[in-house]
Design a protein around this ligand. Structure first.
Ligand SMILES: [Zn+2]
Length: 288
């Protein structure tokens, strides 16, 4: 494989997000925990002719490695642009192993549990390593509070919004995608809902000036209006978890006595509908 500057144009995640940036829409990056989630979100993308990023957590890769290969097969056989992304990879050894052995298109290298200097230094080393394997890298600047499945909760650390200095530091650490902290949190928001600093988001986007793509984490409780405002401010990758998956849980709870196949089919149908609805909101429908 040649250098990253040559291979970066071939990277699926960056191609998808590059098109989104040019045409000013957002692409859903949907967390999948099982084969039904994967099937439903892929069906939504095909049906809406929308690009899609499939998100897996490191814990899923450990517990259910088969899902990685199933997702990679889905990416390969899809008739719309699709890529496979590893979210919040916090274990350096796992990142090295994944980059060398698994077919991910992009990895979020999350070293935010280290102090700032170590975070940047480790991010740069791991970004260069991922690039050698043709894998794009995302990092989080500032600190996004809260815990997600299997992800260390940094909530005891002081919440920090992304600063202009950090934007430059992470770009200098060779990342391809930046996830800023603008009041977004992992997990559920309080009763007043998300209180985001849209001005800071727009400022970060202006400062980035197309050098990297912008991702947003912590979309639980987002309304369509909040989602659209984040996209208008330059976000191209929208990580969604509970925002779309909750309907699957609800359906299963309410239909638990139905035969298994019927339960799975029904759950996939409601999840597909919900993902399609958010693809419309993000403006990615019809863009494939
Ligand atoms: Zn996240």
């Amino acid at each position: 494989m040649g250098s990253w500057s040559e291979s970066r144009g071939q990277n699926r995640t960056l191609q998808i997000l590059g098109s989104a940036a040019r045409e000013e829409y957002g692409v859903l990056a949907v967390v999948c925990y099982n084969i039904e989630h994967l099937t439903a979100v892929v069906r939504a993308a095909e049906s809406k002719r929308s690009p899609l990023i499939l998100l897996l957590f490191p814990s899923t890769v450990t517990q259910l490695p088969t899902l990685v290969w199933a997702a990679a097969a889905a990416v390969k056989s899809a008739t719309v642009p699709m890529s496979l992304h590893l979210d919040h990879a916090q274990d350096e050894a796992q990142i090295r192993e994944v980059a060398a052995t698994l077919p991910f298109d992009s990895i979020m290298v999350d070293m935010s549990h280290h102090d700032h200097g170590d975070n940047l230094a480790k991010t740069k080393v791991l970004a260069d390593l991922c690039h050698e394997h043709g894998i794009a890298v995302e990092a989080e600047s500032g600190r996004i509070n809260g815990g997600e499945d299997g992800i260390a909760d940094t909530g005891s650390l002081e919440a920090l919004f992304t600063t202009p200095e950090e934007v430059e530091e992470f770009i200098a650490a060779d990342v391809d995608l930046l996830a800023p902290s603008i009041g977004n949190i992992h997990g559920d928001y309080g009763p007043s809902g998300p209180q985001l600093d849209y001005q800071r988001l727009a400022d970060v986007n202006a400062q980035i000036a197309g050098r990297v793509g912008m991702a947003l984490h912590g979309t639980n409780d987002f309304t369509p209006e909040i989602m659209k405002r984040c996209i208008q401010s330059g976000t191209v990758k929208l990580n969604v978890n509970k925002l779309v998956l909750e309907c699957w849980n609800t359906y299963l709870r309410e239909h638990v006595h139905e035969p298994l196949m019927k339960l799975m089919d029904g759950g996939m149908a409601v999840l597909q509908d919900e993902v399609e609805r958010w693809m419309d909101i993000c403006g990615s429908s019809g863009k494939a």
